[in-house]
Design a protein around this ligand. Sequence first.
Ligand SMILES: NC(=O)c1ccc[n+]([C@@H]2O[C@H](COP(=O)([O-])OP(=O)(O)OC[C@H]3O[C@@H](n4cnc5c(N)ncnc54)[C@H](O)[C@@H]3O)[C@@H](O)[C@H]2O)c1
Length: 477
Amino acid sequence: MRGPRAFARTLCRGAPALWPRGREGARGGSVVAGAKNAQAQQLQQQTVLVCPGSPSSSSFSSSASSSSSSSPSSSAVLLALRKHFLPVSFHTAAWDMAPGLDVGSGTRDGGLLNSYEAEPDRVAVIGSGNWGSVAARLAATNARRLPYFQDEVRVWVYEEKLSNGELLSDVINKTQENVKYLPNVKLGPNVVADPNLETAVKNATMLVFVMPHQFIEGICQKLKGKIRPDAKAISLIKGMEMGDDGPRLISREISEQLGIDCSVLMGANIANEIAVEQFSEATVGYRDDKETADKWVQVFGTPYFQVTHVQDVEGVELCGTLKNIVAIAAGLVDGLGMGNNTKAAIMRIGLKEMILFSKLLFPSVQDATFFESCGIADLITTCLGGRNRKVADAFSKHGGKRSFDELEVELLNGQKLQGVLTAKEVFGLLKAKDWEESFPLFSTVHAIATRHLPPSAIVEYSERAPRKIVGTPELHL
Ligand SMILES: NC(=O)c1ccc[n+]([C@@H]2O[C@H](COP(=O)([O-])OP(=O)(O)OC[C@H]3O[C@@H](n4cnc5c(N)ncnc54)[C@H](O)[C@@H]3O)[C@@H](O)[C@H]2O)c1
């Protein structure tokens, strides 16, 4: 007779290695998702285990309890078994039947079994806007499915009273839906909305920061002394802060204020599209802890949301931050009624400025990062859709007579615009370093946003010849 542990091992081998992996991970070694179903079904028949919730689910608990004395780690194994059978209830068609998806070799064998014995990670999401809600949904799906995460994903909600007088967090808990920022999408039964920051992060080992960047400093202040010292963080926030000593990336801010490791996740990720499970990709940037980067891939990755990782925190984060300035420029040309050639030109020039700016500030930034999802793909999607493009389009159509602040309130229903603020922060640095003329697009966006130039200046800026900065890094593109 095989013990529960041997059974779990067999089951894990039969399970799909669906997790996306890092850039350095093998692209080959696909496992056909259907094969896992067949093997899981076979095992199910052999062992009379059934999905919890099915009419004969009691046979699961009886077989579970009969084996519970056989091994000290049997409860962890049982958790694993339960999670392997639970997915039946939430496997989407895309998940099971994604033909041709390169699902890779994954890490479920040895790594997963080792994880059974460790305390399962607890994920908390700090922020519950449009992207925060989708991030919570992805994490909750994987938390339900994978044995090395605790089921519950707690989400800190900046409390708001809705127009009907109800509190947003109450409504999320009642309906599983963030009716204000992500209506008509269920977040998952294991998502708990919590307006109290301290209890939201209690015992969490994996902290996901996702909110408009202007709030991060205050949130970190409040979190000091409230989080586990061994917690790991990831920032999904696009933006930067200017300190007295120059620009401070959000990941650095979180790391320094809280004394914990902080990775980043960026990509061509318009939240509403991922919410309805349209295929897309994202990039995790990590500093030197590859094991944690692998875990972040497991927190977010699904067959429709392919996540890879690269060892370049600054490169990934700067891509996500700077592309919002280019998106403002793209919206301005849309509002001027110009065509695709113009927009493509703006995107090309913008990408060059993004690369130059990143490499001047952080020489370690790699050129290859700009060709990951966080780079060129995010730039394209943001310039075609997205809130920055949308508001800039309206600003341009109004001939610059209505301010970005006013249009943000009118068009974004509480969502925050990032590009204008980022342009201001970047311009402050360009001015301080006397680099303005080397970044004509970034400088012009700021001048237009502050109404020192008309929207039409966006296609006239090249008349100011770019000046080469002494010591400009070579771009190997
Ligand atoms: N929405 C997207 O498609 C998307 C995609 C990728 C990345 N991002 C990035 O993710 C980050 C968060 O964006 P989002 O879309 O989740 O948020 P959002 O802009 O949709 O929503 C605003 C959020 O800010 C909260 N808020 C308002 N006032 C606050 C305060 N004083 N303190 C703290 N929170 C407050 C609101 O409650 C709400 O949760 C941003 O940096 C954004 O650039 C967004």
